[in-house]
Design a protein around this ligand. Structure first.
Ligand code: SF4
Length: 453
């Protein structure tokens, strides 16, 4: 059956309703979708990977850029065209900030303003009811958002994925002037360490790698009593969950403490030597306008201190070009910093104003054309740096987790490599010790199962 085939709705009372899930955005959102799926299944529904067989769809949206909002809107419109009559529940960050727009969009049946899994489950079941097109919105005030619990039941993630998401906190206490995520997610709330360790133990049974995710993981534990730090939590996970590789999700350069650097350097690869540290700009005037709390030099010194300790390091960053007021000299300052630091990849985006944020009202806008040119400039530089890193790694040993259909893998330093046909490797192979081969086109692996190494 193709997606063009008319959808067969499960007749009421004959079989559990089948629900399709679509996730936009970050790893925290991926985790939230899994929680939603779990809550929906706990109420008797099943998950389907086929829209053609679905009785309802959940779209978990992202609002990190205008493009992310637009992507979700376009996807929902396509659902309406290609699967008429399919009830659609919209949730997530974009739904939290733009609920009125989604309420008006066909074929949306319910809008959940945020990521609360139980509200999504209720909305999904209500979507199947005869009045399923009644618009119901779960509205959360700012105060409610700030205190919304994020723990709850231990997550059972779907089998067949080699990398599992371990969400340790939600929300953010910073106030970057361009950021809408903070508005959608509320203040930082941390899960209890015991709950995280228990969940990690269960996930490790079926995932060789767990990614520690959240919205601002560097603030993990500050709201707990007694307080805890991310590095102590990582130490706890390394001690108590032995058979899994851990990888840190996005973390601020100023929040990588000495203990964390030590763990990255001495865990024997149990904590993957990979850091994604948002930079946003390499120019102090722009960083100030962005209301970042660090200077160019603080970021630089932090990154160099980490790189000194880690001979193999995957280092990534987010950068925004064309922020209001950014001059050519500011762009050059960013470029020089990128050139100097050992980045292996970058995520570069031209600035796009997000309604409700401080930056949306800042003077001195930079023309889109110039913001785009600056993005392309930095992306080109990032590609060169990535190639240099890959060339350095060719011929070296790596520990790889095999992904998806078994044709690709991910190294400890975040290099995506090809797995050659006929190696016998699959996503169930666990962690594989390998030699990196190839270039200039692509790295591939020549594997040795880790147990035999
Ligand atoms: S640190 Fe800044 S960019 Fe990141 S989530 Fe918090 S407010 Fe947004």
């Amino acid at each position: 059956m193709t997606d063009d085939t008319p959808r067969r709705k499960t007749p009421p009372g004959t079989a559990p309703p089948r629900v399709y899930y679509k996730t936009f955005g970050c790893k925290a959102n991926q985790y939230d979708t899994e929680r939603m799926r779990q809550e929906v299944e706990a109420r008797g529904a099943e998950t389907t990977d086929s829209l053609a067989h679905a009785d309802a769809a959940v779209v978990n949206t992202c609002t990190v850029t205008n493009q992310a909002d637009a992507d979700a809107r376009r996807y929902i419109a396509r659902l309406g065209r290609e699967h008429p009559g399919l009830p659609v529940v919209v949730a997530g960050c974009s739904a939290a900030l733009r609920a009125p727009e989604y309420r008006k969009q066909a074929p949306v049946s319910r809008v959940v303003e945020g990521s609360d899994a139980e509200s999504v489950a209720v909305a999904v079941l209500e979507s199947g009811a005869p009045d399923g097109l009644v618009q119901l919105t779960t509205r959360r005030t700012g105060h409610e958002l700030d205190h919304e619990p994020i723990g709850g039941e231990i997550l059972r993630q779907r089998l067949g994925r080699t990398r599992g998401w371990l969400k340790v906190q939600d929300g953010c206490d910073r106030k970057c002037s361009f950021c809408a995520t903070r508005l959608a997610r509320g203040q930082s709330r941390s899960r209890a360490p015991e709950e995280i360790v228990r969940e990690a133990g269960l996930l490790a049974l079926s995932h060789p790698e767990l990614v520690i995710t959240g919205i601002h993981i560097g603030h993990y534990g500050r709201d707990l009593d007694p307080g805890l730090s991310l590095s102590r939590l990582v130490q706890l996970l390394l001690d108590r969950v032995p058979d899994v590789r851990l990888r840190l999700g996005s973390i601020e350069a100023t929040e990588v403490d000495d203990r964390l650097v030590e763990l990255l350097a001495t865990s024997g690869g149990r904590l993957a030597p990979h850091l994604h540290m948002p930079l946003q700009s390499g120019a102090d005037p722009v960083l100030r306008a962005m209301r970042r709390w660090h200077t160019r030099e603080q970021y630089r010194a932090g990154a160099l201190r980490i790189a000194e300790r880690l001979p193999v390091l995957g280092l990534g960053a987010d950068i925004i070009t064309g922020f209001p007021g950014e001059t050519e000299a500011d762009h050059i300052a960013t470029r020089e910093l990128v050139q100097e630091l050992p980045f292996t990849y970058l995520h570069v985006f031209p600035f796009s104003p997000r309604s409700g944020t401080v930056a949306a009202d800042l003077p001195d806008p930079v023309p889109q054309r110039i913001a785009g040119e600056r993005s392309r400039d930095l992306r080109t530089l990032a590609l060169e740096k990535g190639r240099t890193h890959q060339a350095r790694r060719a011929g070296c040993a790596a520990v790889v987790v095999v992904e998806g259909d078994g044709s690709t893998g991910l190294t400890e330093d975040y290099l995506r490599v090809a797995v050659r046909h006929g190696t016998g490797l699959s996503p169930t192979s666990g962690l594989v010790r390998a030699t990196l081969q190839g270039l200039p086109d692509r790295l591939y692996i020549d594997p040795v199962p880790i147990a035999e190494a």
